[in-house]
Each structure stands twice: as structure tokens, then as C-alpha cells.
Ligand binder design. Sequence first.
Ligand code: GUN
Length: 253
Amino acid sequence: LVGKDRASELYLKIKEKVSNRVGIDFEKREFSQNCLPRKIIEFISFANKDPRIVGIIVQLPFPKKLLPRSLEILGAIDPAKDVDCLTPINFGLLAMGKSRFLPATVRGIMAIIKNFKFQSALRVSNRRMAEWTNSKIVIVGGSNIVGKPLALHLSNLGATVTLCHSRTKDLASFTRTADILISATGVPGLIREEMVKKGVAVIDVGSPRGDVDFEKVVKKASFITPVPGGVGPLTVVSLLENVFKAAKKITNS
Ligand code: GUN
């Protein structure tokens, strides 16, 4: 964790609590927002070499000051321990359809899409590519940790994906076409009732407040995830699944 961020601190507390519950040792290391990138990279390099450590994440966002150095810092993580898919190498592999780890939030969203019963026309499965072609997926938000990797992953599975962002001109003209609408912008209330079609499945990735006007959109949607209690808890579980996956790889090699 770099710098002070109340939301990040809360997320890490939850990650620590759930880790301990499932038998994963969790260690938080804090750096001040004024610390030199070299110090963070040094620590990551030690963690890379420590055989007791199987997974490393940097809780995002970085403080503004460190943003220009963020790629350098994230890139220092050993890709084999990169359980949140933060490194350029793992992002590249994901883009090319050879992902080692999905970002935890993306894995959580995939669990929702695969496991919840959408209307039959929208039912999708990664085993049958033909079923992906039935639904139009619109993602709002192009972050490196959610929107972009999710769009790439779904596209690799055979889905047709439209990637928008919070300032897309006439955003509603895109969102209204969606059978599955995923919003991950961090702009509370961005998605309003008139921006979705009846029967849409909505996945709200906004946090700590939802991107979606839940009270109104719930009336039109066939499926909708709440905030809190929707994607958030699945992100934590997905991260820990990635940790087990990383541990298994180390044990097998
Ligand atoms: N900040 C908010 N959500 C996330 C997440 O899923 N992973 C990381 N690393 N940082 C975050």
C-alpha cells in the first residue's frame, strides 16, 4: 500500500480477514506517498525471491505523485507471483488469450456471468463459444485493472464487446444496446434508468458507491448486482483463488 487511501485501507483489511480465514498468511507493507520508487521496487524484489511468498499485489490507486512511475513499480513484480495481473507481461499474455492470472475483479465478474442464471437467451458459457455470440456486452470504464482486461478476455472468448468510458459522447446510445452491461467507472449514479433496455443484466463494479442508480435500474433489469455485496466480495475470493493457483504452480515445479 503506497500513501494514505481510506478505501484501499478498508479493502486490504477485508483481504487480510478473508485470507486468514482460509489459511493464507497475509502481510501488509506500507510506504509513504513521498517514498522513492526505488524503495518499493527493492521490497518487491525481496518478496520475489522469498520462497515463502507466493503472491504479491500493489493495492491501487497509486498516489498522484507516483503515477508516472507506476508501470516501473508494477513491472517489478515476478509475473509468477502477480496474482492481480498487474504486470505488463501478464496483461500482454491476457490480451493474447494466454492469461496466467485474471485480475481479481475480472475473475469475480466472470464468476458472476458464468454462474448466475440470466434469461435463457443471455446464458453464456466459456465452453461453448457460440453462446457468447448471442449477447451484446457493453463495458463502461477502461481501466487497466478492470475495463480493458475484461474487454480483452471476453473478446478472446468470442464475445462482441463495446468498450466505453464515463465521458463517451452519447453514452446512452451504447449502453441501451447492451444485453449485459458492466460499469466500472467509479462515477456514482452514472448509469440511469433511461440508459438501459428492459431485461438487461447489469454488473456494477463501482465502489465504495455503485455506478448504477440501483433503485430505478433494478425495475428494468432481469439481473443486477448491488453495491456493496456484489462484485466486491467476489473480487476478494477471486484474488485468493489466484493465490492458491500461484502456490500450486510453485509446488508442481
Ligand atoms: N484497488 C481497487 N480495486 C483493486 C483491485 O481489484 N486490485 C488492486 N490491486 N487494487 C485495487
